[in-house]
Design a protein around this ligand. Structure first.
Ligand code: NAD
Ligand code: UDP
Length: 312
């Protein structure tokens, strides 16, 4: 297939480009580098089946030739970006999704939306099944991201129902691995960089909030399986091993063999207290489940931060 990947220079987008190329597809990656990096994809610049377009997908997207699938991953995704780039996030979730759907419709292509567990907001049920409608504060600082993705899902379903575009929606839960930026602000890269440098790990609140961390290889495998399924309704993809953020910090200190201590800082507004995917739909529809244990993924990610992010 000829596949367009928006957000192709980001953490997940660049790994997806690698996987699609190794599966024999041709890839057009589109990215404006707002939170992505050339270094994530420059190893692909000489690849004969890879094309890169530097472009903001919140403006009309033009791609030459045939397209079989549009995979829309473009969006800043770290909570610190929710305060830095609120309008860009709303635009890429709304206008960017509309443009990417329009491209899919014009090319008679399939469409894939990277949505998020944030559509569940600060959830009142745990684990979260796809049938849960969520608990989102639309005017809080996280609302720009949550509402943009909720709008994007609604727009995707409208293109499926009205224009018969062959759509997919994945709700991605916390995913980590190589190519996250050390200064990205999310817990995983922040804690790893702090532990390697022997600095205190900054745990927000009392660290009793939970998350469930999925290694990127498992996640990408789930995305590819979803592309090849005929499923139009949202599917959760994530690891169901739920841990507290304090446990994550302690585990990273141990796996890094670090002398770092832990400091407690204020909990950000609307920070979800619990998060764990109910992956029974992914198990049933895609025969997918996360396989890589936290410590194994952590070791690979720590190694990457030491060798590539120059964190010492
Ligand atoms: P990332 O910030 O590394 O990647 C996002 C990419 O999109 C970046 O390369 C950025 O430059 C690009 N981008 C943003 N706005 C753009 C625009 N207007 N035009 C063109 N390119 C634009 O983040 P990520 O973790 O790789 O996330 C990728 C996708 O997965 C996002 O849609 C995110 O919402 C979703 N997601 C990620 C996670 C996770 O844990 N990593 C969880 C849930 C959802
Ligand atoms: N967090 C933390 N210290 C940090 C960064 C994040 O304690 O330096 C917390 C954050 O408040 C949240 C959890 O870790 O409760 C996961 O945050 P992350 O940014 O990884 O993603 P989120 O799931 O909130 O989108």
């Amino acid at each position: 297939m000829q596949i367009v990947v928006t957000g192709g220079a980001g953490f997940l987008g660049s790994h997806l480009c690698d996987r699609l190329l190794s599966d024999g597809h041709s890839v057009v990656a589109v990215d404006n580098y707002i939170t992505g990096r050339r270094s994530n994809i420059e190893h692909l610049f000489e690849h004969e089946r890879f094309v890169f377009l530097k472009h903001d997908v919140s403006s009309h997207i033009h791609v030459d030739g045939d397209v079989n699938f549009v995979m829309h991953l473009a969006s800043p995704a770290s909570p610190i970006d929710f305060e830095r780039f609120p309008i860009q996030i709303l635009k890429v979730g709304a206008l960017g999704t509309h443009n990417a759907l329009g491209l899919a419709k014009a090319k008679n292509a399939g469409f894939f939306l990277a949505s998020t567990s944030e559509v569940y907001g600060d959830p009142l049920v745990n684990p979260q099944p796809e049938s849960y409608w969520g608990n989102v504060n639309p005017v809080g600082i996280r609302g720009v991201y949550d509402e943009a993705k909720r709008f994007a899902e609604a727009m995707t379903m409208a293109y499926y129902r009205i224009h018969q575009v062959d759509t997919r929606i994945v709700r991605i839960f916390n995913t980590y691995g190589p190519r996250m930026r050390a200064n990205d602000g999310r817990s995983m890269p922040s804690f790893i960089a702090q532990a390697i440098q022997g600095k205190p790990l900054t745990v927000f609140g009392e660290g009793q909030q939970t998350r469930s961390f999925c290694y990127y290889e498992d996640l990408i495998d789930g995305l590819v399986k979803l592309v090849h399924s005929g499923e139009h309704y949202p599917v959760n993809i994530g690891n169901s091993n739920e841990i507290t953020i304090l446990e994550l910090a302690e585990t990273i200190i141990r796996v890094c063999n670090s002398s770092s201590s832990i400091v407690y800082e204020p909990l950000p507004q609307d920070d979800p207290r619990l998060r764990r995917p109910d992956t029974s739909r992914a198990n049933r529809i895609l025969q997918w489940e996360a396989k890589i244990p936290l410590e194994e993924g952590l070791k690979k990610t720590i190694e990457y931060f030491k060798t590539h992010e120059k964190v010492v």
